[in-house]
Design a protein around this ligand. Sequence first.
Ligand code: NAD
Length: 355
Amino acid sequence: MKKLKVTIIGYGGMGSFHAKLIQANPEVEVHGIFDISESRQQAGEADGYSAYASLEEALNDACADTILIATPNDVHKEIAVQALEAGKHVICEKPVTLTSEELSEIMHTAEEQGRVFMVHQNRRWDSDFQMVKDLYEKRKIGEIFHIESRVQGANGIPGDWRHLKAHGGGMLLDWGVHLFDQLLYMVDSPLVKVAADLSYVLGDEVDDGFISYLTFENGVTALVEVGTTNYIKLPRWYIKGTKGSAVIEDWDLKGKIVKQSGLEFVVAPKPIKAGQGLTKTMAPPSEESIIKEKFEKVTTQMDPFYTNFAKVVRGESEPIVKNEEVYQLMKIIESIFKAAETGQVVDVREHSYSK
Ligand code: NAD
C-alpha cells in the first residue's frame, strides 16, 4: 500500500518525536521538515530529512499528502488553514488552537476542501488512563462516582514559549487539554458544570497549574489538578466506586484496588484512637470486610493514531479523535478559564457533545 507522505512543520521536541512515531508506522513516512529555527532545520537534516526553505515551499510540494503541525500553539490555526487550502490533509498537535472559534474556522476549511483534519489527542492511549477506563466500563469497583486525575511536577513551566500568553502558554492549555479530553472520552454522560482556580505561584503571565472540579449529568464528579511546584506528588489517579476504591501512583502504573468482600456488614471495624479522640467512622475497615487486589497493568500498543489517520484518509474508517469532540473540549477549556476568572461555577450543558 502507498505510504502517506507527511511533512513536519515545527521540528522541536514533539516534531522530532512525531518523526519517530511516523518511522515506526508502516502506513506513513516522513517526507520533509520545516522549522523557523536554523538549528532545528539542521537537526532535521542531521536526522536524515530534507528541510524546506519556507512553509510555502513545503505546502507547494505536490508530493506531500499530509502536514503535521508541531509548532507553538498560537500558529496552529494559520498553518492548518493554509495547509488545507493547499490541498493537504492535516494532523495538528494539541491544544488544537487557542479558542473554539479558531477550531471552527479550521473545521469549516477542511470540509470545504474535502481534506482530513485530526488532532493528536494521544493521551487517550496512555496505559494509566486505559486502566481507569477499563475499571469504569467493567464496574470492577461498582459504579464509579468520583475521579481525581492529577499530574504534578516540581520543575516549573518548561521551555520559553510556554511562559507566554501570546504563544498559548500555561498549564491549562498544555496539560488541561489532555486530562479533560480523557474524562470527556470516558464518562458516558454529558458534562454539566465546572469550577476552577488557576495558580500563578511562579509569577508568570500564564497559569503554572490549576485545580478544577467537574460535575457530569450522571452524578460522576471529577477533580482535575495540574501543578508545576509540587515537591511531593499526589497519586496520578484516585478513584471511588460504590464497592471500592482504586489508586494509580504514577506513570510506572503501580496501583491497587481495595474493594468490599461481601462481609462488610458482618465484621464491624474496631474503634481506634485518633489524635485526641476516638473514632470508628475513620477506623480502617476490618481485614475480613475487604479484598486487596493488584491493579492489573494495561500495556497499550503503539499509539494507534497514524494507522487510524491513514484509514480515514482512504475513507475506510471513522476518526478515533473526532473534531466535534475536540471542539467541545475547547469550549470546556474556555469555560474553565471563565470559571477561574469569575470565581463562579459555569454551566456547560450547551457545549456537551452527545456521543
Ligand atoms: P518546542 O518548542 O520544542 O518546538 C516547537 C518548534 O516549532 C521549535 O523548533 C520552533 O522553532 C518551531 N516553530 C515555531 N514557530 C514556527 C513556525 N511558525 N513555523 C515552523 N516552525 C515553528 O515545542 P514542543 O514541546 O515540541 O511543542 C510543540 C507542539 O506540540 C505544541 O503545540 C505542544 O502543545 C505540543 N506537544 C504535544 C505533546 C503531546 O504529548 N501530544 C507533547 C509535547 C508537546
